[in-house]
Design a protein around this ligand. Structure first.
Ligand code: NAP
Length: 284
């Protein structure tokens, strides 16, 4: 933690994005600060694109621990930071900024390890050797795809409305992969998708479809009953209801959300995060 600061002033972390009024991050982090007796506070920092440079610069102050970054700044923020974790370079998006002791700023992505940990621990699923379909090709999908590629997936299908984004992700995966998974980029209405879905043991919704209404990114009839369906959205969704109705196993995004927060907390404080407590705070 920064040593050159007024000890009476609380340390601060916060969320940079727009809009962020409904974020649960303050509840998660303030619960953890209180549990560990850290004199710190997590705040919401609504920030427009025009305000982003000044906001990021303000993080260099001694009483700042760091920040989380959400839409629409996860990519734009990269060029404002002093260094990026290798995973950020691969994924192309940061969701966490760490203020180092010298005031410099490091970009990290805790979505990718949080996704993988939730999949393994909450979903009891090992991606090695599996066929997996990801719906979406933006920041969250990129984090999931990079994590799965590093975990030895055999076949990875990226289905996205804007096919160019799926193809770009596929190119980046090929460039970054240690292993050699079979990769497919498809639009969601591609004639080959039903067959690939039928062979999948995991389907990941990394689109934003499901937040505001009863829409689903996938027709119920295409969900394989033997698959695990992981919806990154952290509330009950139509996709998960359809998956449960056909007998598939389901996992929502709350485990991933708590874990990405816990990993950010650990980078800021150097202390172990109370994950179970943070997770419980999500439901309070
Ligand atoms: P984003 O940058 O807004 O990407 C949205 C994705 O959804 C894109 O692939 C987009 O396709 C697709 N999409 C949106 N509306 C669509 C529509 N009407 N029809 C078809 N496709 C549509 O969001 P993100 O940051 O990657 O996050 C994606 C989701 O993951 C969000 O729901 C977010 O809340 C969730 N998430 C959860 C966690 C967690 O910890 N649980 C962490 C990160 C993100 P196009 O490319 O064609 O626009």
């Amino acid at each position: 933690m920064p040593a050159d600061r007024d000890p009476n002033q609380p340390l601060l972390a916060g969320l940079i994005g727009d809009p962020i009024t409904h974020s649960r991050s303050p509840m998660l982090h303030n619960t953890a600060f209180a549990k560990l007796g850290i004199h710190a506070r997590y705040e919401l920092w609504p920030t427009s694109a025009l305000e982003l440079v000044a906001r990021v610069d303000s993080l260099r102050a001694p009483h700042i621990l760091g920040a989380n970054v959400t839409l629409p700044h996860k990519i734009a923020v990269l060029q404002l930071l002093d260094r990026l974790d290798p995973a950020v370079e691969m994924i192309g998006a940061a969701n966490t900024i760490i203020r180092e002791a010298d005031g410099s700023l490091t970009g990290a992505n805790t979505d990718a390890p949080a996704f993988l940990a939730s999949l393994r621990e909450d979903g009891v699923y090992d991606p090695a050797g599996q066929t997996i379909v990801i719906l979406g090709a933006s920041g969250a999908a990129r984090a999931a795809a990079m994590a799965l590629s590093g975990a030895g997936v055999a076949r990875l299908v990226i289905a996205n409305r804007t096919i160019e984004r799926a193809e770009a992700l596929l190119g980046d995966l090929l460039a970054a992969a240690d292993s050699d998974p079979l990769l497919f980029a498809l639009p969601p209405d591609d004639a080959d998708l039903p067959e690939l879905l039928a062979e999948a043991t995991l389907i990941v919704n990394a689109t934003s479809i499901g937040w505001h209404d009863d829409q689903s990114p996938l027709p119920a009839g295409l969900i394989p009953p033997s698959a695990l369906v992981f919806d990154m959205i952290y509330r009950p969704t139509q996709l998960l209801r359809d998956a449960a109705a056909c007998g598939a196993r389901t996992l929502d995004g709350t485990g991933m959300l708590a874990r990405q927060a816990a990993l950010a907390f650990e980078r800021w404080t150097g202390q172990s995060a109370p994950l179970d407590l943070m997770r419980a705070a999500l439901h309070s």
